[in-house]
Write a protein that binds this ligand. Structure first.
Ligand code: TRP
Ligand code: ZN
Length: 882
């Protein structure tokens, strides 16, 4: 059994292993409850290691049935087996030797979904980060790379398919209704990239010819009958392979690339070498059951896992502190891919929305940590939005600082220099320094200092001198374990807009370094003077969200409206609408809190509607412009003492005002943007649907009855429109008979499709207001609820806690107590899932006093439990003490 020692891992303690693993041969004899695993490792003592150093291997909940040294049973006095490790002594000073470990595994009983488990009758593995040690004793750490041979023996009838990493060597019958297959992966890899899949699955097949003319077999395995729903994923895979060749010059390196979709999975997907395993949510799609957002996610995640082949697999991480080295970089690559496949500006808007709603709150709360942390207790809890999304933003800033060509040169150097190695963040940054001759020392603070920098800007124009003066000040807020911070290197893209929409070109700039259209803020306080400016300009700052910061810049509503109308950077136009709206939403929340009347400045609606009605802009962008900052955005802006009910009430009042102001425009948008002909998931059609459904949502608010949404639901011929209409019905008219009827129709029509039923749960889980908790509890009693399936638990419990601010943060604290009970119920079965859902309380300290008290009590009630997993224990303790 594994017990939580509470041991903390420190980056500073990194040490190489005493032994070098040359190769490993694994044999699995699969059985639902008693799988036999034999691992034969060839090792030798590392040069320079002490002659008496023992071999210490990692393990977790293992049952060892045999241990051999060079083929002979190991003497009992030469080894010690403990909870989480196997120590072997008296090993030779030089020369290779062989250790064989036999273990017996019960995949059926593995509900943690780490190591070897069963899902839908299929054997499947998940080894990142520390799952391989649940299969056998091993050097389960990313800096130990070796080649693997894998033999799989299984029942022929129930497991016709036997898969592992690398290339297929061969297979044959094995007597007694069994057969076997052998795989060899020529690329040395760490254990976290090992994978095995066995079962009876259907397949979609294709091929890809690489840039050097090699043909690669592509296979996507799904449940029988679901093959037609995997064709979009296959298309996305081929586009990803092509894009990585064209943009990063990276070619695939095996004869075969496989993807397996499973329905029980802890995260999105896993990049195992040559054998990616996916949550089926990110593979399966057809017009009837998948939304445009689902298609976009599938495309992004297929690309992400494929791109890991170079950034993660061929160049891996030295230790788990370096996680952003593969994740941040790979997210950056998948963001760029999606931007090239779709509209770059719209993609950027979606990224920034996501960053602000997920990463900024994490960085502002008790769970804040640097992109490259220096300590952790449970590594599973560091697969965070900070490591992934902020990590991606840091990579993006390197590209911004260096410019396209030097960034490319640095990436090529990285691939060249570190291929086949386990690298560090420092190795990565050094490549860009060497490629560009720039010193990135100060810039590297982005990896080491947690917290979202706050940049305060103020500007003045001097007509007589023709100068424009910009004062900037940066402050990085304190975060757990980091009180004092150094000023950072912040790249701010900018433009000086003139009254006619053109841009001023200064004759000189003093006080700050500028490269092309980027200001380099490097000091705590800096003042820039731009000369030769003939008339007052409007400053557009942090264009494209070039730096992931909070920007406080008191621009007049007129200036923001000017940017919203004229900036050549489409992203900046969206940002200006948000900046215009946010103070109104904040003010409305304040007034709602004290019961004052809320007045709405018509300029906000005018600006929004101007963009929404502008036919020269793409529909997807116009839909984003209509999407006001969320309740979470308002809470973040308020910072502390939050009352989610007041925030919602304020936002709702403004929504209603805009809905009335623009009723005629919305009606036109709704009528004119119906997508005719069959469904295609392309970005243009998706944009039209998004705009039309945004209009529907405002119209429902203006009209105050469910008829239009009910009609839209009845006429929908695709899941995007169907679920959008159902959401409007459920959220705006929860008690209307039309809503009950639509929910019932939806449920019966899709009862046999788990991914659609997840949507049915999620839509209901996000119905705002006090009654939400009762609804959730009733839904948990539904025969469709399944506590054993992570997607289902996330769709109901997770969605309620993360995405229903008024329902979850009920003033009486019942939402928190419910969550605490759920966490304690989920934890024994699946700690990773429990810990992840618990992070929904990461902003509890920013709540008003009474709610914060209730939240603290709920967290304490979790913490006082003495059988917590390390995962939940780590989160709850940091949440209470951070
Ligand atoms: N490395 C995976 C990715 O980002 C995610 C991952 C990490 C994961 N740990 C996991 C997936 C555990 C499933 C289970 O692509
Ligand atoms: Zn990843």
């Amino acid at each position: 059994m594994r017990t939580d020692s509470g041991r903390i891992m420190h980056l500073a303690d990194y040490r190489r292993t005493d032994f070098v693993l040359e190769r490993v041969d694994l044999t699995f004899e699969l059985d639902p409850t008693a799988t036999k695993c034999t691992s034969r490792m060839l090792l030798h003592r590392r040069e320079g290691s002490p002659a008496d150093a023992p071999l210490v291997l990692d393990g977790d909940e293992l049952k060892m049935t045999g241990l051999l040294y060079d083929g002979m049973p190991m003497e009992a006095e030469r080894y010690t087996e403990e909870d989480d490790q196997l120590t072997i002594r008296d090993l030779p000073e030089s020369g290779s030797f062989e250790i064989t470990v036999d273990t017996e595994i019960n995949p059926e009983a593995n509900t943690k979904l780490m190591g070897l488990y069963r899902t839908g009758g299929v054997y499947c593995t998940q080894c990142e980060a520390e799952g391989f040690r649940r299969i056998t004793y091993f050097y389960d750490r990313p800096d130990v790379l070796c080649v693997y041979t894998v033999n799989i023996i299984a029942d022929k009838e129930s497991c016709p398919l036997l898969l592992s990493n690398g290339n297929f060597l061969g297979g044959a019958g094995y007597g007694e209704g069994k057969h076997f297959a052998a795989w060899f992966d020529p690329h040395p890899k760490p254990s976290y990239l090992f994978a095995l899949v066995a079962g009876d699955l259907g397949v979609v097949e294709d091929t890809f010819t690489t840039m050097s003319g090699r043909e690669v077999a592509l296979k996507i395995y799904v449940e029988h009958g679901k093959e037609p729903r995997a064709t979009y994923a296959m298309d996305a895979l081929k586009r990803s392979m092509k894009w990585d060749e064209e943009v990063f010059g990276r070619e695939y390196d095996l004869d075969i690339f496989m993807i397996v979709a499973v329905s029980d999975f802890n995260m999105g997907a896993m990049e195992n070498k040559g054998l990616n395993v996916f949550n089926d949510k990110y593979v399966l799609a057809d017009p009837e059951t998948a939304t445009d957002a689902d298609y976009a996610n599938i495309e992004a995640i297929i690309a992400h896992e494929y791109f890991h082949n170079w950034t993660g697999n061929r160049i891996t991480c030295r230790d788990w502190f370096q996680l952003c080295l593969k994740e941040g970089l790979t997210v950056y690559r998948d963001h760029e891919f999606s931007a090239d496949q779709r509209s770059r500006a719209v993609k950027r808007v979606a990224e920034v929305r996501h960053l602000k709603s997920e990463q900024f709150p994490e960085d502002a709360g008790p769970l804040a940590h640097p992109v490259r942390p220096t300590k952790y207790r449970e590594i599973n809890n560091f697969y965070t939005t900070t490591v992934y999304e902020k990590g991606s933003e840091v990579t993006r800033m390197i590209a911004t600082l260096l410019g396209r060509d030097l960034f490319k040169k640095g990436m090529d150097l990285y691939f060249d220099r570190h291929d086949g190695e386990a690298a560090t963040v420092e190795d990565f940054v050094k490549c860009f320094e060497d490629a560009s001759d720039r010193d990135l020392g100060q810039f590297s603070l982005w990896y080491h200092q947690a917290g979202t920098p706050l940049v305060t800007a103020s500007a003045a124009y001097d007509q007589a001198k023709g100068t424009f003066t910009l004062s900037l000040e940066q402050m990085i807020p304190p975060t757990p374990g980091q009180t004092a911070k150094e000023p950072m290197h912040i790249p701010l893209r900018f433009g000086l807009l003139l009254a006619d929409g053109s841009e001023a070109v200064p004759t000189a700039v003093e006080g700050i370094e500028i490269t092309e259209d980027v200001l380099h803020l490097t000091e705590r306080k800096q003042t820039a003077v731009f000369s030769g400016i003939a008339s007052r300009p409007v400053l557009s700052l942090n264009r494209g969200f070039s730096a992931p910061i909070n920007l406080h810049f008191k621009q007049s509503p007129a200036d923001l409206a000017h940017i919203a109308r004229h900036d050549r950077d489409l992203f900046a136009r969206w940002q200006a609408v948000g900046d215009l709206a946010l103070p109104h939403l904040v003010e409305a929340a304040r007034k709602a809190r004290v019961g004052e009347d809320i007045t709405v400045d018509p300029l906000l609606g005018e600006t929004l509607l101007l963009l929404a009605a502008d036919e020269s802009l793409e529909a997807a962008f116009r839909a984003q412009a209509l999407n006001l900052p969320s309740e979470a955005d308002v809470a973040r802006e308020l910072g502390s003492n939050n009352d989610p009910d007041a925030i919602r009430k304020g936002r709702e009042t403004i929504t209603q005002a805009i809905a009335r102001q623009g009723a005629a425009i919305f009606a036109k948008l709704f009528d004119r943007h119906r997508v005719e002909g069959g469904f295609t998931p392309d970005a243009t059609s998706a944009g039209r649907r998004a705009l039309r459904n945004a209009a529907l949502s405002y119209l429902a608010a203006a009209e105050g009855n469910p008829q239009r949404a009910a009609a839209s639901f009845a006429h929908a011929d695709n899941m995007t429109d169907l679920s959008a209409a159902l959401t409007v019905l459920a959220h705006r008219f929860p008690d209307a008979p039309e809503t009950a009827a639509a929910l019932e129709t939806f449920r019966t029509r899709f009862a046999d499709n788990a991914l659609v039923i997840d949507k049915w749960f999620s839509i209901q889980a996000t119905i705002p207001g006090e009654g939400a908790l009762q609804r959730i509890q009733t839904l948990m009693e539904s025969p469709l609820f399944n506590a054993a399936n992570p997607n289902r638990v996330r769709s109901l419990v997770g969605t309620f806690a993360f995405s229903n601010p008024t329902g979850f943060n009920r003033a009486d604290g019942a939402g928190y107590r419910f969550l605490a009970d759920q966490i304690l119920a989920i934890d024994p079965r699946n700690p990773q899932l429990a810990a992840r859902i618990l992070t929904s309380m990461r902003s509890w300290r920013a709540l008003e006093e009474l709610r914060a008290d209730h939240a603290r009590n709920a967290l304490r009630s979790i913490s006082s439990n003495d059988k917590l997993s390390p995962d939940v224990s780590d989160i709850v303790e940091r949440m209470l003490n951070g």
